[in-house]
Design a protein around this ligand. Sequence first.
Ligand SMILES: NC(=O)c1ccc[n+]([C@@H]2O[C@H](COP(=O)([O-])OP(=O)(O)OC[C@H]3O[C@@H](n4cnc5c(N)ncnc54)[C@H](O)[C@@H]3O)[C@@H](O)[C@H]2O)c1
Ligand SMILES: O=c1ccn([C@@H]2O[C@H](COP(=O)(O)OP(=O)(O)O[C@H]3O[C@H](CO)[C@@H](O)[C@H](O)[C@H]3O)[C@@H](O)[C@H]2O)c(=O)[nH]1
Length: 517
Amino acid sequence: MHTQAGQGIPVPVTITNSTNFDPQKTRTPQRMKKVCCIGAGYVGGPTSAVMATKNPDVSVTVVDYNKDRIEAWKTNELPIYEPDLLDVVQHARDPVAKRIPNLFFSTDVEGAIAEADIILLSVNTPTKSMGHGAGQASELCHLESAVRRIGEVATSDKIIVEKSTVPCKAAETVRDILNATAKPGLNFEILSNPEFLAEGTAVRNLLHPDRILIGSLNTPRGLAAARSLADLYASWVDRSRIITINLYSSELAKLAANALLAQRISSVNALSAMCESLGADIDEVSHCVGLDQRIGPKMLKASVGFGGSCFRKDILSLAYIAESLHLPQVADYWRSIVGINEYQKERFTRRIVKCLYSSLSSKRLAVLGFAYKKDTGDTRETSAITVVNNLINEGANVRVYDPLVEEDRVWEEVLASSDRRETVKQRLSVWPSAYEACADADAVIILTEWDEFSNKISGPGDARGRGGDRTKRVLDWSRVAGLMQKPMYVFDGRNVLDAAPLEKMGFRVESIGKGVV
Ligand SMILES: NC(=O)c1ccc[n+]([C@@H]2O[C@H](COP(=O)([O-])OP(=O)(O)OC[C@H]3O[C@@H](n4cnc5c(N)ncnc54)[C@H](O)[C@@H]3O)[C@@H](O)[C@H]2O)c1
Ligand SMILES: O=c1ccn([C@@H]2O[C@H](COP(=O)(O)OP(=O)(O)O[C@H]3O[C@H](CO)[C@@H](O)[C@H](O)[C@H]3O)[C@@H](O)[C@H]2O)c(=O)[nH]1
C-alpha cells in the first residue's frame, strides 16, 4: 500500500519521455489554456471562480460527480454561502459586455479531464472512518479515485495540482497511480498548491492571499510546471507572494499552518479555564499577549472550541504521520491541541449545568448559532454538535436557531453523533428566529459568533429581525428578556456580548474565561 508518510517505501519518481511537452513554454498561445477543477466544494468552487475571473483568457471547468451541487453552481442559489461569491461567479460565468464566459460547471468529469492542461484536485480528504488509521489518518479514497480517472482518460500531458489538504508524500501516491494507469508516453507533473482560505472570508482570502505555495520537484519539468501555475496566480497576486518550494515542504506546510493556528486557540482556551478560577479576563489577556508583535492578535479569541472540517482532521493527520515516523512524543504534542478542544466543550457544558442548579431536566435551552463560525452555513465539526448532545443527555429541551444553517442539517448532525436518537427526536427543535427559540427559555446559549447575537455591534439590518439579509439582523435583547423564564441566564460561548448592559436588563451573563470566583 502506498499512501501515508512513513508507511510505505517511496516509489521512485518516473518521468516518462514526452513528445509534446516544452518546459520553456508557460502559455499555450494557439488555444485557450484549460483548467479543470475536480471537486465543486468550498475550495474548488470559490478558487475556480476567482481564477477564472482573473484570467479571462483561461477556460476553467469545475467538475463533480454530485449532480445537485453542480446544478446549484449554475444558478444564483449557489450550493455554499460565502460573502461576495455570487458576484465573482457571475463575473466569469455570465459575463456582460465583451468578455466571453470562461467558468463552467459540469458533471462530465472525463470530458473536462481530457481537455485540461492543468487539473486542480479539490476533493474532500476527511479523517478515515474505518480500517487502519481510522479516526486519525486522512482518507485518500476520493483523491485516489479522481487520479485514477485522470490516468484512464488522459491523452495529453497534464499538470496535476494538489489543492486538497493531503498527508506528506501524497504526491508520490498520485504519481504511482498515474504511472500505473496512464497511457505510456504521457507526462504528468504533480504540484502541491495547498489552499489557505477560511470559510466566511473565502473570496477575500483568495483575492488577497498572504502567500501562494507551489511545491514541485526540483527538475526542469517540475519547475516549468510550477511556473505555469504561478503564471495563473500572477494575474492577480504579486509575484513576491508566490513561493515556489520543494513538493513535500509544501504538503507539510499546509498541515503545519493549521496545527499552529489551532494551537493558538487551544492555548487561549486553556488559559480561559485558568481565568475563570483566577478572576482574570481572557479577552484582556489575549489582547495584551497579542500586542507583542512576535505573537500578533489573530486566532487568539477564546471560544467554546474550534470547529470546521479542517483543524481537527489536519492535526490528527499530522499526529498520525508523526506516529508512523516513530515520533510518539511529537504525535502526543499535536494531539493535545485536539484534547484541549474537547475539554473546552465539556467544560462549557458543565458550567451550564452547574449554574442551572445542577439539573437540566426538562429545562428549555435556546441555542443561538449552530454553524462552526459566523458567515458560513457549514456545520462540519461544529462545537454545537457536542454541546447540544451534552445538553440533551442532561435532560434539557434544546431549541436551536441559526441564521444560515438549514433545519435538516441540524437534525442530521445531532442525530449522527448521538447514541440516543429517540431522545434527540423528543428534545431537539429548530426554529426560524432567535425569538421563537428563546420563548420560555431558562437560558440562552450562544455557540456561533454571528453579529446578529452581539450587543457590541449595531448592524445595518432590521433591528427587529424581520426580512432582508438574514446575516445582517441584530437581536433585540430587551425583547429576549421579555420572553424568557427567570432567572435569565446567558452563556456566551463566543464572548460576543458586552455583559454590563445585559446585566442591567436582569440577565446573568456567563462568558468564556471571565471571572467565576
Ligand atoms: N473547506 C475549507 O475551508 C478548506 C480550506 C482549505 C483546504 N481545504 C481542503 O480542501 C479539500 C476540499 O475541501 P472542501 O471543503 O472543498 O470539500 P467539499 O466536501 O466541500 O468538496 C469536495 C467535493 O469533491 C467531490 N468529489 C470527491 N471525489 C470526487 C471525484 N472522484 N470526482 C469528482 N468529484 C469528487 C465531492 O462530491 C465534493 O463535492 C479538503 O482536502 C480540505 O481539507 C478545505
Ligand atoms: O481566535 C479564534 C479563531 C477561530 N476560532 C474558531 O476556530 C475555527 C476555525 O476558524 P477559521 O480558522 O477562521 O476557519 P476555517 O474555515 O476552519 O479555516 C481554517 O482551516 C482552513 C482549512 O484548512 C484553512 O485553509 C484556513 O487557513 C484556516 O484558518 C472556528 O470554529 C472558529 O470559530 C476560535 O475559536 N478562535
